[in-house]
Ligand binder design. Structure first.
Ligand code: ZN
Length: 142
């Protein structure tokens, strides 16, 4: 059940409850019980809808966290000679470059490996790049 269904079920339950409040003597006990059963059934539907909505909201929160993290990570990349790198806190490049072809074609970041002959190769698209700089990974090791 979606939000529209949940709201509709709530409206129905409220409507029935109002009817019961304005009850007159013409409604017998059996009629009253039948109306109460309708209210309970509607409220059960609402409860299920709210559980679904809560689960959806949790899932969306997780997705937002993931996107925030990815956005933050991407925003901290630095570019050197057309290649993007992770950065240290002061903004200087760190480690190996990411493949620009894969970033442009798929929006994904694959760190390139170093191959014999001075070229760098993307592990995903297998493109070779020349003149790609390498930077240190950890300043504490120096
Ligand atoms: Zn690539």
């Amino acid at each position: 059940m979606d939000w529209a269904g949940a709201l509709s079920a709530v409206a129905t339950a409220v409507g029935i409850a109002k009817d019961l409040r304005e009850i007159d003597q013409s409604l017998d006990n059996a009629g009253m019980k039948a109306r109460l059963a309708d209210v309970i059934s509607n409220l059960a539907d609402v409860r299920m809808a709210l559980v679904d909505a809560r689960d959806e909201a949790i899932e969306k929160d997780r997705e937002i966290d993931r996107l925030r993290e990815a956005f933050y990570w991407r925003g901290n990349l630095v570019e050197v000679n057309g290649f993007k790198y992770e950065s240290f806190e002061d903004g200087s490049p760190r480690g190996s470059a990411f493949c620009p072809r894969c970033e442009q074609n798929a929006g994904r970041f694959y760190r390139m490996g170093f191959v014999v002959g001075g070229a760098h190769k993307c592990p995903e698209c297998k493109t070779d790049y020349m003149r790609v700089r390498e930077f240190i990974w950890d300043r504490k090791l120096i």
